[in-house]
Write a protein that binds this ligand. Structure first.
Ligand code: SAH
Length: 270
């Protein structure tokens, strides 16, 4: 069995309880070396084989997964024997992805290959870095009367972005926007944000290595993103947050906690 596992945004204790358990049980761990905190690997068994996927191609990653599965093949008798001894459940592989695997995780191509090979897998969520970045700034992305939507996107890099999803197209909504994988393209980003409809002085933030010990965060505006990153030497492993929620000036209090508002659990008073 292969578990695609979200490692969380960085801090070692921001993995889920289930994820921690999988790491403790794993025989093989393939982790995304550049972004996963290696401290998480401390909880693996001494015999666990650990591979750094930052240095591997998709084919090499799959080869390791396949190998782990092959070695697990047993006859029925052996399986029953193993169960009887309540010993080993066969080799277990963890594919550890930064944040949550569902966001820019390139998991689908791995899963498609595993499907072809008839190898079973499942997914265990993690805390995405866009949540870690909000925590770094104590932000609520969805302030009433300010924005009720979060656009998660990226600038086009070597991976193309569909034409209808260009930053400028989303910018027209003036909603909260979180940009992954775009720290190296901030001048272009500023241009697209403004072209699309954010004012130059719309609040923005740069959060570097959210939840890691070396986390840094800066509040700026849409037109000062590039200069702020440059001033602090930030070129990667950062998220860009755009929108009025960043400075949370004028917002309506939440209906949910309004004394006049009736909910499923509480009768409102007039
Ligand atoms: N699956 C991951 C995202 C992988 S894409 C997740 O859910 O967070 C890699 C990009 O994520 C990086 O280029 C950076 O933009 C962002 N990122 C990942 N971890 C980060 C962190 N701790 N702080 C800020 N940005 C981070």
């Amino acid at each position: 069995m292969i578990h695609f596992l979200g490692a969380g945004p960085g801090a070692e204790d921001l993995i889920t309880v289930r994820g921690q358990r999988y790491l403790e049980q794993a025989d093989v761990v393939i982790y995304a070396g550049s972004l996963v905190n290696p401290g998480l690997l401390k909880s693996t068994k001494e015999t666990c084989e650990i591979y750094n996927s930052a240095k591997m191609t998709l084919e090499e990653v799959l080869e390791v997964m396949e190998q782990a599965e092959r070695e697990q093949n047993m006859t029925l008798e052996q399986v029953i024997e193993a169960i009887r001894e309540t010993e080993a459940e066969g080799k277990m592989t963890v594919r550890l992805h930064t944040g949550d695997p569902c966001i820019y995780g390139a998991i689908r191509e791995q899963m498609d290959h595993l499907d072809e090979l008839g190898i079973a897998y499942d997914s265990c969520p993690g805390v995405s870095s866009f949540c870690g970045a909000a925590a770094a700034l104590n932000l609520e992305y969805t302030l009433p009367e300010v924005s009720q939507s979060v656009v998660i996107t990226r600038m086009e890099g070597r991976t193309p972005v569909p034409a209808k999803e260009k930053v400028a197209a989303f910018a027209s909504h003036n909603a909260t926007m979180v940009l992954f994988l775009s720290t190296g393209l901030l001048e272009k980003l500023e241009g697209q944000l403004i072209e699309g409809g954010y004012k130059e002085d719309t609040p923005a933030a740069i959060v570097y290595k959210a939840t890691w010990p070396e986390e840094e965060s800066y509040i700026c505006t849409v037109s000062t993103l590039a200069e702020t990153a440059k001033a602090h030497g930030i070129t990667k492993t950062a998220l860009i947050i755009v929108g009025d929620v960043v400075t949370h000036h004028a917002y309506e209090r939440s209906k949910l906690y309004d004394p006049e508002f009736t909910t499923e659990f509480r009768q409102g008073v007039k």
